[in-house]
Design a protein around this ligand. Structure first.
Ligand SMILES: [Fe+2]
Ligand SMILES: [Fe+2]
Ligand SMILES: [Fe+2]
Ligand SMILES: [Fe+2]
Length: 268
């Protein structure tokens, strides 16, 4: 049976896997437009798992990891992608089963069982989608990316950094109110990321999900200062992107993101 330190190790391993699932499914959703809503719905649930596991690490006195297991995103066919997703769910089901055998805490048992139940549903959904696309070629092929794709990929990278920063920071604040505020902002930046990423893929590019380096903040004030500075630069950054974009729809979505960043400045 695991002590607190071992329990944190188990949780960190699960966090890296939920982080992978969130990003991988998001990309797969953009690659297979015919079922993108269904896959995005699952990605959102993985992000919730990621959040719950991180809260459990904090409750045990640890710092949640920002590590991520390797992504499967080579778009050979919709079938290959969805097979990888169904397999990822099977591994997750097994790994939560093993976790449950290793911990005594009823809270952790309950958490693992709750997440495992979701993973079982996800696996069933992916298998059903696999049946749906098995004989049709629905994946978006990589092409010579349009210049717009390069601009929008800068948005993907920048928003991904913001998502990770706000999630990480959220778990460092003991006050529920600040934590909740930061998680909500992370969800909003994730939305901006998705608006840009979907266009990157549709324009023949591949979204840039390189793991960013985050600063080592000394305290909560340093975090919030960084956030305010980040929001200010995001406003200017979007101005530059919008001026360079040719695609009408992408431009109007980036304008919407920019107006939300302006509101974030005010909130922070
Ligand atoms: Fe999950
Ligand atoms: Fe899942
Ligand atoms: Fe944003
Ligand atoms: Fe923002």
């Amino acid at each position: 049976m695991a002590d607190a330190k071992q329990a944190v190790e188990l949780l960190q391993k699960d966090i890296a896997q939920e982080h992978q699932a969130t990003v991988q499914y998001l990309i797969h959703a953009w690659l297979i437009p015919s079922i993108s809503d269904e896959i995005e719905g699952i990605a959102r649930e993985e992000m919730r798992h990621w959040e719950w596991l991180s809260m459990a690490v904090v409750a045990l006195g640890g710092q949640p990891t920002l590590a991520r297991d390797p992504l499967v995103i080579e778009p050979e066919s919709a079938e290959v992608l969805l097979t990888a997703d169904a397999e990822a769910e099977r591994l997750a089901i097994d790994s939560y089963e093993a976790d449950m055998e290793q911990v005594e805490s009823p809270d952790l048992q309950h958490l693992f069982r709750r997440i495992q139940a979701d993973e079982r549903v996800h696996r069933g959904l992916f298998l059903a989608m696999l049946d749906e696309v098995r004989h049709s070629e629905t994946v978006v092929r990589p092409a010579d990316p349009a210049p717009d794709a390069e601009q929008l990929n800068r948005v993907v990278a920048d928003e991904y950094r913001a998502v990770l920063a706000y999630l990480y920071q959220a778990f460092c604040f003991p006050e529920d109110e600040v934590r909740h505020f930061l998680i909500e902002r992370a969800v909003e930046e994730m939305k901006h990321l998705a608006w840009a990423g979907e266009h990157v893929v549709a324009l023949g590019g591949r979204p840039d999900f390189t793991l960013p380096q985050l600063p080592q903040w000394q305290d909560g004030i340093a975090m919030l200062r960084w956030d305010l500075e980040h929001e200010r630069s995001a406003d200017a950054f979007y101005g530059e992107i919008i001026a360079a974009l040719r695609n009408e729809q992408a431009r109007s979505e980036m304008e919407r993101a920019r107006s939300q960043e302006r509101f974030h400045i005010y909130e922070f």
